[in-house]
Write a protein that binds this ligand. Structure first.
Ligand SMILES: Nc1ncnc2c1ncn2[C@@H]1O[C@H](COP(=O)(O)OP(=O)(O)OP(=O)(O)O)[C@@H](O)[C@H]1O
Ligand SMILES: [Mg+2]
Length: 223
């Protein structure tokens, strides 16, 4: 594949449950190209979030390799890894994980603060405008609806112009109308930014929008 952005090779992950090993990923490989959109499916407990967390460097595989832009993440120390993650990746989860004591604008600026970089407020405002929340900049997350919070989370995920946006059940907590709004914004922002998009979902309506889909079953990809 040309333009490989992320490559996972033989990823294995085993958890222990009630003293017994539980093999969740049995040697899973994956390639994601620059700008590509990919949907990961599979039943509950199949390991979708597990592999997404490993690809996003939020968790580590027991065995196997993960290369991002040709860099094997095993060669990075913890600090380099968190920098790498904050610079190159954006995340949206089922629950928005916004910080309630900060305003909408502050939440979107948070990635700059975490990296101790100069805040690009114009960038944050442009994204909040893009997701239709310009009149909510100084509101707090508790003052917003679930769909609005998820739009803030999406703006926060995109503000550093990530190379890859990971979304784990981004519409899982929303009604169908708000789910559609998030879907559309996610695809639009992905196209505009040229980021790759990896979505984990049960939502048929969402998965139908992807030409590339992978399904996890019994620790491996299945057809
Ligand atoms: N830290 C952990 N310790 C033990 N078992 C775990 C841990 N994290 C996940 N598991 C187990 O690993 C399996 C895969 O979990 P994962 O969250 O990846 O599933 P999933 O495909 O995302 O499911 P869902 O669709 O319900 O979100 C599950 O059986 C889960 O209980
Ligand atoms: Mg999950």
């Amino acid at each position: 594949m040309n333009n490989v952005l992320l490559r996972g090779i033989g990823l294995k992950k085993t958890y222990t449950r009630e003293g017994a090993p539980l093999e969740i990923l049995k040697g899973v490989s994956i390639e994601i190209a620059t700008g590509e959109a990919l949907c990961i499916m599979g039943s509950s407990g199949a390991g979708k979030s597990t592999i997404m967390h490993i690809m996003g460097t939020l968790d580590q595989a027991d065995e196997g390799d993960l290369e991002i832009e040709g860099v094997n993440i095993k060669n990075l120390n913890d600090q380099q890894l968190s920098q790498f993650r904050a610079q190159k990746m954006g995340f949206v989860f089922q629950f928005h994980h916004l910080l309630n004591e900060f305003t909408v604008l502050e939440n979107v600026l948070m990635p700059f603060w975490i990296l101790k970089e100069e805040s690009k407020e114009a960038e944050a405002r442009a994204l909040l405008s893009r997701v239709g929340l310009m009149d909510r900049l100084h509101h707090y997350p508790t003052q917003l609806s679930g769909g609005e919070c998820q739009r803030v989370a999406l703006a926060r995920a995109m503000v550093k112009k990530p190379k890859i946006l990971f979304a784990d059940e981004p519409t899982g907590n929303l009604d169908s109308q708000n789910g559609l709004i998030i879907q559309q914004l996610m695809f639009d922002l992905q196209k505009e930014s040229g980021a790759a998009l990896v979505v984990v979902t049960h939502d048929e309506n969402l998965s139908q929008k992807f030409s590339k889909k992978l399904k996890l079953q019994d620790g491996r990809w299945v057809r």
